[in-house]
Design a binder for this molecule. Structure first.
Ligand code: SAH
Length: 227
């Protein structure tokens, strides 16, 4: 099959074998087998064109369940992890305002965007942010606001957030982020040294924090300052 010009213009470069419905369906089935069960999340994995978030040379691998390089020493998260984190954000909750730390290529943001009210996403590397912004425009994603900044500080202007999602791992969760979490809000983050982190969900109940462990993951580290 050949991609039609109109598809290209609409940012829907489907039709080329590697991005075919069947390839995407195989990924969805794999995530289902691994325990992802929220239908809205699985639909997003099926519908968001992950091949548009990676370099063209890597597009053939876009629907494999692996992290891939996106430049600047960073990676697009593995689809399973994106699905797991999105599920953890949505479980028994419908967050209106979400803070994301680490926009990267914007894939996690795109998967989550129609399932919540607004996403405020902070990225420390400007080149990545510019590319992510262009993709959001191309895909007509309008409820995402991005900012070049240091995620250790969060984004106080729009606080409090119903959910905070971290795409890079700190050794311990920064205090500023807890402070920007709404009462009853939840923060989902990989915590620990490089390549050996626990994915946790921390729920704020009054001054108490309730922590659940969601398994082992491997994320790039949360770095101080701007890139
Ligand atoms: N979910 C993203 C993952 C990107 S990797 C995706 O699907 O592409 C993690 C991102 O966190 C990187 O882009 C990195 O630059 C960013 N990051 C690391 N430390 C940060 C900080 N202190 N503030 C903001 N972003 C940060």
């Amino acid at each position: 099959m050949v991609a039609r010009a109109t598809d290209m213009k609409n940012g829907n470069r489907a039709g080329i074998g590697m991005t075919s419905a069947r390839t995407r369906e195989r990924l969805v089935q794999r995530l289902r087998d691994q325990g992802i069960s929220n239908p809205a999340v699985l639909d997003q994995i099926r519908n968001v064109p992950r091949h548009l978030f990676v370099d063209e040379a890597l597009a053939t691998r876009a629907y494999e369940d692996t992290a891939l390089p996106i430049g600047q020493g960073q990676t697009i998260s593995q689809p399973y992890v994106v699905a797991r984190m999105t599920e953890a954000v949505l479980e028994n909750a419908s967050p209106r305002k979400v803070l994301e730390i680490g926009t990267g290529c914007g894939y996690q943001t795109a998967v989550l965007s129609p399932l919540v009210g607004f996403i405020y996403s902070v990225e420390r590397i400007n080149v990545l942010l510019d590319r992510a912004r262009a993709r959001f425009r191309e895909l007509r994603i309008q409820n995402v606001h991005v900012r070049h900044g240091d995620g250790f500080q969060g984004w106080p202007t729009h606080a409090p957030y119903d959910a905070i999602l971290m795409a890079a791992a700190p050794l311990a969760i920064p205090r500023a982020l807890f402070d920007q979490l709404a009462p009853g809000g939840r923060l989902i983050a990989p915590v620990g040294p490089e390549g050996r982190q626990q994915l946790v969900r921390v729920t704020k109940r009054g001054e108490e924090l309730h922590t659940e462990s969601l398994g082992l993951v491997s994320f790039v580290p949360l770095l101080q300052g701007l890139g």
